[in-house]
Ligand binder design. Structure first.
Ligand code: ADP
Ligand code: MG
Length: 770
C-alpha cells in the first residue's frame, strides 16, 4: 500500500512536476500572449494615433485648401478686379470729361493745344489698352491658378480616398487580428478546466501545491481581468474608429460641399470677369470713338492753323523785306552817322558861334548892368543919405569910479535902435541917430553895420569913418580895439583881403596903407619920419587934385602885414611921445587904405580910399583953465573939429564954397568928403552922470552932421581902352572929366627912407590902357 502510496506519490510528484512544467509553459505562453496583446494594443494605439494624425492632417489640408481656394481669396481677387474695374470706369469718365472739355475748348480756340491734348488722350488710350492687356494676362493667370487648384483638390481627394481605403484595410486587418486573439483567448479559456481538475487533485496531495495552485489561479484571474480590460480598450478603440469613420464621412461631405461652392464661385467669377471685360471693351471702344472724334476736330484745327500759316506767309515776306531793308540801313548807318556827325559838328560850331556872339552880347549887357547896379546903389545911398551917424555908448568901467557921478544917465528905446535918451540936469533929452549901439554891443555887431561901407571902396568909392567923442568915450576902442578884440581898422582890412580874394578870378587888386596923424595942425607920417611935417599940395598938373608928397604907403596882403604896419606906426608915436594915451587924445589918428583894382575882362580900373579916423577928444578944455601947450592943443583940436562940422554943414547946405582949407584934416580929406563919397560918423559917448554935458555936446554935433546931405555919389572908375570896338557907355559925369592925375606907386620896402611914397589924394583916374 505504502508502495502504492509511494508510487502514486511518485506519480503524483511526476504529475506535479509535469503540471508545474505545463504551468510554466502556460505561464510562458500567457506572458507571451500578454506581450503579444500588449504589442498588438500598442500597435493598435499607434495606428489609432496615426489615423488621428492623418485625420488632423487631412482636416488641415482641407482648411488649407479652403484658404487657398476659399471664398476669401476669390473674394479678394474679385474685389481687386472690381476695384480695377471701378478705376477703369473712373479713368473712362475722366477721359470723357476731358473729351467734353476739349469739345468745349474746340469752340473757343483752334490752336495746337488740341493736338497736344489729343496726343495725351491717345497716350492715355494706349495706356488703358496696355492696362487691359495686363488685366487680361492677370485673368488668364488667375484661370491657370484656379485650374491648378482644382487639380490639386482632385489630387487631395484621391489621396483622401486612398487613405480611407488604407484605413478600411487596416480596420479589416485589425478586426481580423481581434478575431484571432478572441479565438486564442477562447481556446485558452477552454483549457483551465483541465488545470482546475489537476489543481483539485494536487490540493488533495499537498497544501503547498494547493497554495501554488491558488496563486496560479489568482494570477490567472488577474490575467483574465487584464484580458477583459484589453477587450474593453479594444471596444473603445473600435468605437473611436467608428467615430473617426463618421467624421471622415462628414469631412468628405463637407469637401463635396466646398467643391460645389468652389465651382459656383468659379462660375460667378468667370461671369464677372466676362462682364468686366465686356464693360472694359465697351469703354475702350467709346473712348476710342471719342478720341477719333476729337482727333478729327484737332485735324480740322490743324487745317485752320495751316491756312493761318499760309496767310501769315505774306506778312513774313514783308517782315523779311523790312528786315533786309533795316539790315541795309544798319550797313549804311556808319556813313549816315558820319554825315550826321558832320552836320551836328557844323551845327555845334554854329551854335558855339551863336553862343559866343550871345556871350559877347551878354558881356555888353553885363557891363551895362554893372553900371546900372552902381547907379542904383548910388541912388540908394543917396536916398539913405551918404553921411551916416551912429552912436555908441561904452559900458561903465572901473575908471568911472563910484557914487552918483558914476551913475548911468543914458537909456535906450527898446523898440527903436536909433533912439537914445540922456538924463541931463534932471531932464531927459532924446536924440535920433541912424543907429545907436548900447554898451552890450560887441565889436562884431558894430563892424556888421559898417562893412557894406568898407566893401564899397573896392568898387572905387571913397569912404570916411570918423570916431568922434570926448576922451575916454571909446573912440580908440571902436577903431583899433584890443589885440583880443580888434576894432574896425583891422576887421576892415581883413574884409578887404577876403573880398579881393573872392573876386581874384575877375579882378586884380592892390591894397596899400598909410598911417598919419594930425597934431596941432601938423600932418605927420607915422610910417616914415614922424618928426617931419608933411604938406598937402595941389598937383602941379593943374587938375586941382591934392597929394601929400612924402607920405609912405605900404602894400599889405595879410593880417600879419597890417599888424606889422600898426606896430610900426605905434612905435613911431611912442618914440616921440612919452604918454601915448595922453597924446592920442590930442591928435587925429588916420589910417588911409587905398584899394586899386583892375577888371581883367573889361579893363576897368578903380581906386577907392578908406579913411579911418580916430579923432582927438572933443571935450572943451578951455573951461578948465588950461595953459601953454595944453591950451594950444585944445585950440587946435577945437578948430579942426569945428572945421569938420563946418565943412559938413556947407556940403549939406550945398553951399558954393566949402571951407575945406580951414583945417588940415578937412583939407586932407577933401576928396573923401565931397562928391560921391560916403561918410560915417561914429559918435562915442560915456554913459556916466559926470560926463553928461560932454555927451550932450557930442550928440548935438552928431545930430547936426546927420542932417547934412552930400552930393550925388559917383564912382571913381573909368573904362579904359577896349580891345574890340565896343565901348562901355559911361554915364558918370566925373569919369568923363579929363586931366586926372595918376601916380605910379612902387611897392615900398621896410626901410624907413624908402617907405615914403606919394599918397594919391585923388581917386579920379585917367583911362589907362590895359
Ligand atoms: P578914447 O579913445 O575915446 O579916449 P578909449 O577907447 O581909450 O577912449 O576907451 C576908454 C576906456 O574904456 C578903455 O579902457 C577902453 O578899453 C574902455 N572901453 C571903451 N569902449 C568900450 C567898450 N565898448 N567895451 C568895453 N570897454 C570899452
Ligand atoms: Mg583914444
Amino acid at each position: 500500500m505504502i508502495q502504492k502510496m509511494v508510487e502514486s506519490m511518485a506519480q503524483l510528484q511526476e504529475e506535479k512536476l509535469q503540471l508545474q512544467e505545463e504551468l510554466l509553459a502556460l505561464q510562458e505562453k500567457l506572458s507571451a500572449r500578454e506581450n503579444e496583446e500588449l504589442a498588438v494594443s500598442v500597435q493598435l494605439q499607434d495606428q489609432v494615433e496615426n489615423l488621428k494624425e492623418k485625420l488632423l492632417d487631412q482636416a488641415q489640408e482641407v482648411n488649407r485648401l479652403r484658404s487657398e481656394l476659399g471664398g476669401t481669396d476669390l473674394e479678394k481677387h474679385r474685389n481687386l478686379l472690381v476695384a480695377e474695374n471701378e478705376h477703369l470706369k473712373q479713368d473712362m469718365k475722366s477721359c470723357e470729361a476731358q473729351l467734353q472739355k476739349l469739345k468745349k475748348q474746340h469752340v473757343k480756340c483752334i490752336d495746337c493745344e488740341h493736338i497736344q491734348e489729343n496726343a495725351r488722350l491717345q497716350e492715355r488710350l494706349a495706356q488703358l489698352q496696355l492696362e487691359v492687356e495686363e488685366a487680361k494676362g492677370r485673368l488668364s493667370e488667375l484661370d491657370l491658378e484656379v485650374q491648378q487648384k482644382t487639380n490639386r483638390l482632385a489630387e487631395v481627394e484621391l489621396r483622401l480616398k486612398d487613405s480611407l481605403a488604407e484605413k478600411a484595410e487596416e480596420e479589416e486587418r485589425l478586426s481580423r487580428r481581434l478575431r484571432d486573439s478572441q479565438e486564442t483567448i477562447a481556446s485558452l479559456k477552454a483549457q483551465p478546466q483541465q488545470i482546475k481538475y489537476i489543481i483539485k487533485t494536487v490540493e488533495v496531495e499537498s497544501s503547498k501545491t494547493k497554495q501554488a495552485l491558488c496563486e496560479t489561479q489568482s494570477r490567472n484571474q488577474h490575467l483574465q481581468e487584464q484580458v477583459e480590460m484589453q477587450r474593453q480598450v479594444l471596444k473603445e478603440m473600435e468605437q473611436q474608429l467608428q467615430k473617426s469613420q463618421k467624421i471622415a464621412a462628414q469631412l468628405r461631405a463637407q469637401i463635396m460641399l466646398y467643391e460645389s461652392e468652389l465651382e459656383q464661385a468659379h462660375g460667378q467669377m468667370l461671369e464677372e470677369m466676362q462682364n468686366m471685360e465686356d464693360d472694359k471693351n465697351r469703354a475702350i471702344e467709346e473712348a476710342f470713338a471719342r478720341a477719333q472724334v476729337e482727333m478729327k476736330a484737332v485735324h480740322e484745327n490743324l487745317a485752320g492753323v495751316r491756312t493761318n500759316l499760309l496767310t501769315l506767309q505774306p506778312a513774313l515776306r514783308t517782315l523779311t523785306n523790312d528786315y533786309n531793308s533795316l539790315k541795309r540801313q544798319v550797313r549804311d548807318f556808319p556813313l549816315l552817322l558820319q554825315e550826321a556827325l558832320q552836320d551836328a559838328r557844323a551845327e555845334i560850331g554854329q551854335a558855339i558861334e551863336e553862343v559866343n556872339s550871345t556871350n559877347r552880347e551878354l558881356l555888353k549887357k553885363y557891363r551895362r548892368e554893372l553900371q546900372l547896379r552902381k547907379k542904383c546903389h548910388n541912388e540908394l545911398v543917396r536916398l539913405k543919405g551918404n553921411i551916416r551917424v551912429f552912436g555908441r555908448v561904452r559900458p561903465i568901467t572901473k575908471e568911472d569910479g563910484e557914487g552918483p557921478e558914476a551913475a548911468n544917465s543914458v537909456t535906450f528905446d527898446p523898440d527903436d535902435d536909433a533912439i537914445l535918451h540922456l538924463m541931463h540936469k534932471g531932464k531927459q533929452v532924446s536924440f535920433e541917430l541912424d543907429k545907436v549901439f548900447s554898451p552890450q554891443a560887441t565889436q562884431q555887431d558894430v563892424f556888421q553895420e559898417v562893412q557894406a561901407l568898407i566893401t564899397s571902396c573896392i568898387d572905387g568909392y571913397n569912404v570916411c569913418i570918423f570916431a568922434y567923442g570926448q576922451t575916454g568915450a571909446g573912440k580908440t576902442y571902436t577903431m583899433e580895439g584890443t589885440p583880443e578884440n580888434p576894432g574896425i581898422n583891422q576887421r576892415a582890412l581883413q574884409l578887404l583881403f577876403s573880398e579881393v580874394q573872392r573876386k581874384a578870378s575877375d579882378w586884380g587888386y592892390t591894397i596899400t596903407v598909410s598911417v598919419a596923424e594930425i597934431y596941432n595942425e601938423a600932418l605927420r607920417d607915422l610910417l616914415g619920419e614922424p618928426q617931419e611935417k608933411l604938406d598937402i599940395k595941389l598937383c602941379p598938373d593943374g587938375s586941382g587934385q591934392l597929394y601929400v608928397p612924402g607920405l609912405t604907403e605900404f602894400q599889405v596882403q595879410s593880417v600879419d602885414d597890417i599888424n606889422k604896419v600898426f606896430e610900426f606906426g605905434h612905435s613911431n608915436r611912442v618914440t616921440e611921445y612919452t604918454s601915448l594915451n595922453e597924446h592920442s587924445s590930442r591928435s587925429h589918428a588916420l589910417l588911409i587904405v587905398t584899394v586899386r583894382g583892375l577888371d581883367y575882362s573889361t579893363g576897368l580900373r578903380t581906386t577907392g580910399k578908406l579913411n579911418l579916423v580916430d579923432l582927438a577928444g572933443s571935450e572943451r578944455v578951455g573951461r578948465s583953465g588950461a595953459e601953454g601947450s595944453r591950451l594950444r592943443e585944445a585950440q587946435y583940436i577945437n578948430k579942426s573939429l569945428s572945421a569938420l562940422g563946418d565943412v559938413i554943414y556947407a556940403l549939406r547946405a550945398r553951399q558954393g564954397h566949402v571951407p575945406f582949407r580951414n583945417s588940415k584934416l578937412t583939407y586932407l580929406l577933401q576928396d573923401s568928403l565931397s562928391g560921391d563919397s560916403k561918410t560915417l560918423m561914429m559918435v562915442q559917448v560915456s554913459p556916466v552922470e559926470k560926463n553928461t554935458s560932454e555927451t550932450l555936446c557930442s550928440l548935438k554935433f552928431a545930430e547936426r552932421v546927420r542932417s547934412v546931405e552930400l552930393g550925388p555919389v559917383s564912382r571913381r572908375a573909368e573904362l579904359v581902352s577896349w580891345s574890340s570896338q565896343e565901348h562901355l557907355e559911361n554915364d558918370s559925369p566925373v569919369a568923363a572929366q579929363p586931366s586926372i592925375r595918376s601916380h605910379s606907386s612902387p611897392r615900398p620896402t621896410r626901410r624907413a627912407g624908402s617907405f615914403r611914397r606919394k599918397l594919391q589924394t585923388s581917386g579920379k583916374l585917367r583911362p589907362v590902357p590895359v
